[in-house]
Ligand binder design. Structure first.
Ligand SMILES: [Fe+2]
Length: 174
């Protein structure tokens, strides 16, 4: 075998299941599936929040435009943590935009024109749905004693509830 061929064999990527974890195999599968769905939802919500940030209009433009940018930044920061958590326990994660669209539960909004209030109402509902998805994933983590993923999810729930709070207060006043 040539030196080159030997190197190729040595550099063959390792199967992901070889990443060491004391979590049960079925636990890794279930938690990874939950994380892939959460990642897809986070990307969908990130892009919708940016979409509304870009297409905002009206009297409160500056306020809403800046608020949604702040929200989008927080959601985007979450995506890397969700994906890497899956890898840390030996799972895999999303690879493309088409992968996101296959896994997302939150719906896109491609409407040409959306009124400011409708934008905020929709984001409020999406953030509430995301909190429910997080809680459900948290139950899966508890089932397999994956305390680290559960602990991250608790932080993401707190952040999502904060976004919901701001959106709900604004919508209530409109
Ligand atoms: Fe911007």
């Amino acid at each position: 075998m040539s030196r080159e061929a030997a190197t190729q064999i040595k550099e063959k990527p390792r199967a992901t299941h070889e990443i060491p974890t004391d979590l049960k195999r079925e636990g890794v599968t279930e938690i990874t599936t939950a994380l892939s769905q959460l990642l897809a939802d986070a990307f969908a919500l990130y892009l919708k929040t940016k979409n509304f940030h870009w297409h905002m209009s009206g009297r409160h433009f500056r306020d809403y435009h800046l608020l949604l940018d702040e929200h989008a930044e927080q959601i985007f920061a979450m995506t890397d943590e969700i994906a890497e958590r899956a890898r840390k326990i030996g799972g895999t994660t999303l690879r493309s935009i088409s992968d996101i669209s296959r896994h997302q539960r939150l719906k896109d909004n491609n409407d040409e024109s959306v009124a400011p209030k409708e934008m905020l109402v929709e984001l409020n509902a999406d953030n509430q749905a995301l909190t429910r998805y997080f809680r459900s994933a948290h139950e899966t983590c508890e089932k397999y004693n994956d305390v680290a993923t559960a602990s991250l999810i608790e932080v993401w729930i707190d952040q999502t509830e904060r976004r919901t709070w701001f959106l709900a207060e604004i919508v209530a006043g409109l």
